[in-house]
Design a protein around this ligand. Structure first.
Ligand code: PLP
Length: 420
């Protein structure tokens, strides 16, 4: 399930027209593909009563995309105030929203509780006394430490800053009960971009075991277990595709077994970002330069301010030169942006068809943690976002940043703290 053939077939023939109309670079997302993947997720887990996906807003925080999540009846996983605001703007409210932050401030707690509230997912035991209005429903993020191995993006659980330890679980829920909590959830997120489905099955098993342990100790039953995000997608054509159906089947069996043994089962939530939208986005950028020094470079008009993942994680993103699909790869290029960092490269020593200036390059799988991770270092601004709608029309869903935007934070009243 990398950038689908169907998305390529609908996008590539019209890419030049879109580029002419809107200018490059831009991220473009596939409405049909997102909705289809969302339905696939719901169908796969339909055997678990009350299953719900809370879309990880950080992956693609755009109101038009969140509207699609609403259409799918997904909730919203938020971890900042702007994400809360956006989720509420598109109609999310109350328990449609899960607020999973860490190093949370009082301001954030208040925002999470405002306007109908949200499900509060606490990252630490010390926060119990800091939540201003302790809610009736509370969830903790569990960090299994040495009980699990993590993976490269999220790190080894022992070294990860997230969650409460195994040893803290019982006291965390006990303290929450003492503050008046009556409804409970349990959350974890131990891996990111993981394509081994058995890892997720083990995560579900782990949470079910903790849930049984807490019930035995404290006599409370969890309303839901949230197995987090982190389903991997094949960024490279050599990557395996995660077997969603096998994962869903085995997790459903685990929940059924739990129900037989305990007479009830919690609902299951998850908060996928990448898996839902990642393959349904592409960054379209134009080749604007050639350079032959010790290597051959193609300079493009996007840079890492539009897509950080290659520089940040050394991540592979597949690249097509639009219109050259059938040609043999005949050159080896580094595809570079304009930012003053040598790791501002979308591809390193990649075999590609010969690229001419003016060619459009499609950088695959930018529909999650792509535009959203953008930044403004070096005065390099974030590009626009477009939506390829189901009917074939193309909608601007976020304009490109302008120089005026860049200077906006320099508009303020003079404010000097005199020397003390
Ligand atoms: C708490 C939490 N949930 C969900 C996600 C989404 O992860 P993914 O997009 O890999 O599914 C993240 C990503 O960083 C996260 O931090």
């Amino acid at each position: 399930m990398p950038m689908s053939q169907s998305f390529q077939d609908r996008l590539f023939p019209i890419a030049a027209d879109i580029a002419e109309h809107y200018g490059t670079p831009f991220h473009i997302y596939d409405e049909a593909g997102i909705l289809e993947t969302g339905e696939q997720l719901k169908k796969a887990f339909s055997g678990i009563e009350g299953f719900r996906e809370y879309y990880a807003v950080k992956a693609l925080p755009n109101p038009r995309i969140l509207e699609l999540m609403n259409e799918l009846d997904f909730g919203f996983d938020c971890s900042s105030i702007p994400e809360l605001i956006m989720s509420r703007q598109v109609g999310g409210s109350g328990e449609d929203i899960m607020f999973t932050s860490n190093n949370t401030t009082e301001e954030e707690f208040l925002a999470a509780a405002a306007e109908g509230g949200s499900i509060l997912n606490l990252d630490d035991i010390s926060l119990i006394s800091k939540v201003p209005e302790f809610p009736e429903l509370v969830c903790f993020r569990y960090n299994p430490g040495p009980r699990r191995t993590g993976n490269i993006i999220i790190g080894n659980p022992v070294e990860a800053k997230y969650g409460i330890t195994h040893e803290q679980v019982i006291s965390a829920y006990k303290m929450a009960m003492e503050r008046g909590t009556k409804r409970f959830g349990l959350h974890t997120m131990v891996a990111s971009n993981e394509r081994d489905y058995t890892y997720m099955v083990e995560t579900a098993r782990m949470l079910l075991q903790i849930s049984a342990m807490v019930e035995e100790e404290l006599g409370i039953r969890f309303e839901f277990l949230n197995i987090g995000g982190g389903l991997g997608i094949p960024y490279s054509p050599d990557d395996n595709i995660l077997d969603l159906d096998a994962m869903a089947k085995e997790i459903t069996e685990l929940f059924n077994e739990f129900k037989s043994a305990h007479g009830y089962a919690p609902r299951m939530y998850m908060e996928r970002g990448r898996w839902v939208t990642g393959p349904h986005g592409a960054l379209i950028t134009q080749a604007i330069n050639h350079k032959s020094i010790y290597r051959k470079y193609v300079g493009v008009d996007a840079c890492m301010s539009s897509l950080m993942r290659p520089a940040l994680y050394d991540a592979y993103h597949h690249i097509d030169v639009i219109g050259r699909g059938d040609q043999e790869n005949s050159e080896t290029y580094d595809i570079a942006g304009s930012l003053c960092e040598n790791n501002d490269k979308f591809a390193v020593q990649r075999d590609l068809p010969t690229i001419h200036e003016g060619d459009l390059l499609a950088i695959h799988d930018t529909g999650a943690h792509g535009h959203a991770m953008g930044f403004q270092y070096n005065g390099r601004l974030r590009p626009k976002e477009l939506l390829l709608r189901t009917g074939g029309s193309v909608e601007l869903i976020r304009r490109a940043e302008t120089n005026e935007d860049y200077f906006q934070t320099l508009n303020f009243d003079e404010n000097v703290l005199p020397a003390q």
